[in-house]
Design a protein around this ligand. Sequence first.
Ligand code: F6P
Length: 332
Amino acid sequence: MDDMISWMQEGGQVGIFDATNSSRARRNMLMKMAEGKCKIIFLETICNDERIIERNIRLKVQQSPDYAEEPDFEAGMRDFKTRLANYEKVYEPVEEGSYIKMIDMASGHGGQLQVNNISGYLPGRIVFFLVNTHLTPRPILLTRHGESRDNVRGRIGGDTVLSSEAGQLYSKKLANFVEKRLKSERAASIWTSTLQRTILTARPIVGFPKIQWRALDEINAGVCDGMTYEEIKKNMPEEYESRKKDKLRYRYPRGESYLDVIQRLEPVIIELERQRAPVVVISHQAVLRALYAYFADRPLKEIPHIEVPLHTIIEIQMGVSGVQEKRYKLMD
Ligand code: F6P
């Protein structure tokens, strides 16, 4: 807690103090520590559904590092239940300060949200995020579109179709892959940008709804749209150098920066968090770098340099113990 408070004082915006804090005395102590330094919002999740509790305990014992050394599954279950019973003995419901209480919301059907003494933009976004997030395991498949004509020419941006060989071949290979991988997943969906190259990449995939998102469009290169990197270097050397110096913050004249892209992806991220069925996201290099960084928990400054090659699927498995990743290279 001390560590977190000093990080907040150095400019941190949101810190998560992940602990049980089930007694009033304990919460009072935390509020005292934070007094005049940062704002505290308590988050209490209440679940009265025995089946969900049982499922969560099972997942916890199976997947949590706490039980990695416990070879006997039943012993792990007993241990966790004892732990729960001990917490129950000292538990006092949250009734003080600012808090968000999520009651029976885990199933995704109904439930209740109590919000007390919360105001301001960021706390409001936190409430919105929490209402939409859950732990139901499901995969998210991220891929760039198949090679486009502009990719072949080395031109950035634009809205060209797929190259007639590699690009179109990838769209077929991707359709095969998705069909096999999501065979039994009726509720899955395919998300693309509004640019032709992603829509055409999705075209051979059948049997799933397709949704176009403007927020998934590639970074807007503004006055540089349609140019090659060499042309930018030659004709606009200052722009080229500024981007090289700070690729994250650099904004193309009349276009976007990576920070702009990250910001416009917020609704996409919330919607991905909310989905309980698999989603295939067919988008573009800069956008996928930002999305991937969110799920893989990569630092902001790395985002513009993350490798997201063409013709490769990044499968992100969302679950109780965080996020796992697999890459499938369908073509060179
Ligand atoms: O070259 C393909 C592309 O998707 C361009 O349209 C886009 O400007 C670029 O990648 C983004 O990558 P970087 O930020 O490395 O220039």
